[in-house]
Structure formats: C-alpha cells, structure tokens
Ligand binder design. Structure first.
Ligand SMILES: NC(=O)c1ccc[n+]([C@@H]2O[C@H](COP(=O)([O-])OP(=O)(O)OC[C@H]3O[C@@H](n4cnc5c(N)ncnc54)[C@H](O)[C@@H]3O)[C@@H](O)[C@H]2O)c1
Length: 257
C-alpha cells in the first residue's frame, strides 16, 4: 500500500502530457495516487506516464476532451482498470491567440468557437462523464481556470474567447460544488497567473511582455508548474475536505491589485 497524502486514491489528470498537468500528475503519483495521464498528444503522454511511473503508479490514456465519446471512454477505461475514480483534474486547455483570438472586435468567430469547444465544453464533458464515478466514492473535481477568467486586462493579454472560457469554468465549477455538496462531491478551481509552460513561451521571448509580467505578478517572475501542482494536491487531498466551490488564485499577486 502506497504512502502519501493521496494514498489509495485514483486520479485522472487531463492535459498531463506537458506543463501544469504533467507536474500535477507527477505530484499526485509521488503522494501515492494511481494516476491516469490523459492527453491528446499520445507520444508525449506515454513518455510522461513512463517517467512518472519511476516515482509512483501511472498509465497513459489518449483522450480528446472536445469529443464526448472520447471523454466517456477515458472514464470507462479508468474505472475498468482501477475499479474507481476519486479525483478528476480538468486541466487540458488551449490558448486562442494563434487561432485568431483577441479583443472582442478582432476575435474571429472560428477562434471563439474552437476555444469554447476545447476549454469550456471540454471541461463540461470531463466533469459530466466523471461525475457518476465520483458520486460512487465521494470524490472531487479540480478545474483549471486562469486569472483572465477573473479580471480583465488592457493590452498584451487581451484574448476574449480565452477569458470567457475561463470565466465559464469558474461558473461551471461553483454550480457543481453547490449541487453535489450534499452527495459528498467537492469541486474547486485554481486560477493560475502566468506559468512557465509552452503556453507562456511568448512571455519569455518578448521584452515588452516580460515588463508587463513584472507589473502583473508582483511576487516576481513566472509561476512554475509545481506552484500550481502543490495547490492542486492540497485541494484534492482530505486536508481540504471542508472546502468546496473555492477559486484559488495561484498568481503571484495578479488579482490582489
Ligand atoms: N501557462 C499559463 O500561463 C497558464 C495560465 C493560466 C491558466 N493556464 C491553464 O492551465 C492549463 C494547462 O496549461 P499549460 O500551460 O500546462 O499548457 P500546455 O500547452 O503546456 O499543456 C496543455 C496540455 O493539454 C493538452 N491538450 C490540449 N488540447 C487537448 C484536448 N482537446 N484534449 C486533450 N488534451 C489536450 C496538450 O496536448 C498539452 O499536453 C490550461 O487549461 C491553461 O489554460 C495556463
């Protein structure tokens, strides 16, 4: 029997082939959970599962969170393999800028639809198909929003489809938290600031953005995936058993200003 703060738990982390999700998967496995790395990137996902298996138990399952049957199959496979599902982390998401996202008068309709399809509808599908299994073992949901789902900005981070999708995730999660609390399922949200992953690579290459980041995140620099993973561990552990519907910014002080 594994030791750790998630010993005996089974967890699915979507978008775990890279960045924040990869760090959450590694942290959960280290803390004793049986982890499913779920991602649309099969090569990277399988590599992460192999790497994480060095410290804990982990397997890869391919999923496209935008496709209902694919998400349903992910949950079915997990329950068939591990017998139950205690934790779902709906982390997978995309940035919209390269698709044509921007301030609302410039955002293309195609970008709006695709960002909503993956980020908001994908999070809905992940929660929807996980809930029957979560209800059986009084499990918990963690979704990943963004500071951009909480506050507006002027300038470099103005991607309004993305911001709207991330605000929707907060509404969805709090609705779930209220509705399922009496049935023993908790649901919380983390709202990261700028975190050092592929999604934030523009930040590193553009000095104008680096200057803005110093303003927006007064603690200094970019967050690290581990900063989000440590908060995720707390919210998904029994230490947070009286916490539901919380929106936890992990943002270096962005939203206190
Ligand atoms: N990095 C940041 O600064 C930041 C800030 C706030 C919020 N977030 C959010 O954190 C989450 C993780 O972001 P990240 O920075 O680690 O990004 P990332 O691009 O490094 O990783 C995202 C992962 O999601 C997977 N993915 C994308 N679309 C998918 C789909 N349809 N089905 C399954 N998997 C899919 C990708 O293959 C990738 O492995 C996202 O929801 C993102 O919006 C990131």
């Amino acid at each position: 029997m594994a030791n750790g703060r998630l010993a005996g738990k089974t967890a699915v982390v979507t978008g775990a082939a890279a960045g924040i999700g990869k760090s959450i998967a590694a942290t959960f496995a280290r803390e004793g959970a049986l982890v499913v790395v779920a991602d649309s990137d099969e090569q990277a996902g399988a590599a992460v599962a192999a790497e994480v298996s060095g410290t804990g138990f982990c397997r890869f399952v391919a999923v496209d969170i935008a496709v209902p049957d694919s998400v349903a199959a992910l949950i079915e496979t997990t329950v068939a393999h591990y017998g139950k599902l205690d934790i779902i982390v709906a982390n997978a998401g995309i940035g919209g800028r390269s698709l044509g996202d921007g301030p609302v008068d410039q955002c293309t309709v195609e970008a709006w639809d695709r960002v909503m399809e993956v980020n908001l509808r994908g999070t809905f599908l992940t929660c929807k198909y996980a809930l029957p299994a979560l209800l059986e073992c009084k499990g918990c949901i963690l979704t990943i929003s963004s500071v951009l789902g909480m506050v507006g900005t002027q300038g470099l981070f103005d991607t309004h489809a993305y911001a709207t999708s991330k605000a929707g995730i907060i509404g969805l999660t709090r609705a779930i938290a209220a509705h399922y609390a009496q049935q023993g399922v908790r649901a919380n949200v983390i709202a990261p600031g700028l975190v050092d992953t592929r999604m934030a690579k523009r930040t590193k290459s553009d000095p104008a953005i680096a200057e803005q980041v110093a303003f927006w995140q007064p603690i200094g620099g970019l967050g690290q995936p581990r900063d989000v993973a440590d908060a995720a561990l707390f919210l998904c552990s029994d230490e947070a058993k009286f916490i539901t519907g919380a929106v936890l910014p992990v943002d270096g002080g962005w939203t206190v200003q």
